[in-house]
Write a protein that binds this ligand. Structure first.
Ligand code: NAD
Ligand code: UDP
Ligand code: UDP
Length: 315
């Protein structure tokens, strides 16, 4: 199949492009390189079935493909808050354009949604049936509400135009090719530990997150995309193992053998206190669950950043 991956030069997108090529598909990677980089896809460039197009999904796109994965959108709070208006446009106009493209082509379309649709949740762990607690006017809203509106658009194209849609609600995912400066907690802590710098814990570090290794997540994407048409999602994809941020810092220090100290910084506004996916639906409908434990995934991530930092090939 000819498969379009928007945001294909990003962290998750580059892993997805690689998996799709390995499965024998023809892959078109569309990216405006806002947070993605050519380094993430350099190893795919010689593959004759891989093509890259510099394009911003907020503008219409006329190409011919059989399937679409819509991942384009900065994912780290630092990046999505850098130009919040563009973040909302990317989620909303980007979804409209990709849905219009899918409608014209009668192509199946996947949306990379997020656990952020649950906001600062009052239900724990979060099942798909929970509608969330999101601040509509805060500094995270450009991302949260943009992604919520994208889900609305996907369901309206499904109901109105009978499109085949697949929505994954992705929980915090980590692994090689995260951007070293994108401010997300795993990349920050690993880079700080490897450089022997202070490890910056926001607040007291008692807030929790559940961390999924990238290979597990991509397997979930492919299973969801291959599922029967009536399975639209939204489906939570994430690792139910829940850790406090302080525990994460201690594990990173332990695994790197770093002498870094923990330092405490102000907690960002609207930072969710807890987050853990309920993955019952993914288990039952896709036969999917994460297989890679946190320490194993962190070791692979640490090796990646160690090589990256020593090659000083960071852009
Ligand atoms: P990333 O920032 O590494 O990748 C996003 C990619 O989209 C980048 O390559 C960027 O250049 C590209 N992009 C941004 N705006 C664009 C635009 N207007 N037009 C074209 N390309 C654009 O982030 P990621 O972690 O790989 O996230 C990929 C997707 O998964 C995002 O939609 C994100 O919201 C979602 N997601 C990720 C996580 C996670 O933990 N990594 C969690 C929940 C949801
Ligand atoms: N679109 C696109 N590529 C296509 C078809 C449509 O980018 O191959 C865009 C188009 O710019 C439009 C949007 O998708 O604004 C929504 O398309 P749709 O057909 O749903 O709506 P309409 O064109 O009627 O506004
Ligand atoms: N965090 C932290 N130190 C950092 C970066 C992040 O303590 O250097 C915290 C952040 O406040 C949040 C958690 O780690 O509570 C996860 O942050 P991230 O930006 O990775 O993802 P998100 O908040 O979107 O889940």
């Amino acid at each position: 199949m000819r498969v379009l991956v928007t945001g294909g030069a990003g962290f998750l997108g580059s892993h997805l492009c690689e998996r799709l090529l390995n499965e024998g598909h023809d892959v078109l990677c569309v990216d405006n390189f806002f947070t993605g980089s050519k380094r993430n896809i350099a190893h795919l460039m010689n593959n004759p079935y891989f093509e890259v197009m510099r394009h911003d999904v907020t503008f219409p796109l006329y190409v011919e493909v059989d399937q679409i994965y819509n991942l384009a959108c900065p994912a780290s709070p630092v990046h999505y808050q850098h130009d919040p208006v563009q973040t909302t446009k990317t989620s909303v106009h980007g979804a409209i354009n990709m849905l219009g493209l899918a409608k014209r082509l009668k192509a199946r379309i996947f949306q990379a949604s997020t656990s952020e649709v649950y906001g600062d949740p009052e239900v724990h762990p979060q099942p798909e049936s929970y509608w969330g607690k999101v601040n509509p006017i805060g500094i995270r809203s450009c991302y949260d509400e943009g992604k919520r509106c994208a889900e609305t658009l996907f369901f309206d194209y499904y109901r109105q135009h009978n499109l085949s849609i697949k929505i994954a609600r992705i929980f915090n995912t980590y692994g090689p090719r995260m951007h070293p400066n994108d401010g997300r907690v795993v990349s920050n802590f690993v880079v700080q530990a490897l450089k022997g710098e202070d490890i910056t814990i926001y607040g007291e570090g008692l807030q929790t997150r559940s961390f999924c290794y990238v290979d597990d997540l991509i397997e979930g994407f492919l299973r969801l995309m291959k599922s029967e048409k009536e399975i639209t999602g939204p489906i939570n994809l994430g690792n139910p193992g829940e850790f406090t941020i302080r525990e994460l810092a201690e594990r990173v220090i332990g695994l790197t053998g770093s002498k870094s100290n923990l330092v405490f910084r102000a907690l960002p506004q609207d930072d969710p206190k807890q987050r853990q996916p309920d993955i019952k639906i993914a288990r039952e409908t896709l036969g999917w669950e994460p297989l890679i434990a946190l320490d194993e995934g962190l070791n692979k991530t640490i090796r990646y950043f160690d090589e990256l930092l020593s090659s000083s090939n960071v852009d």
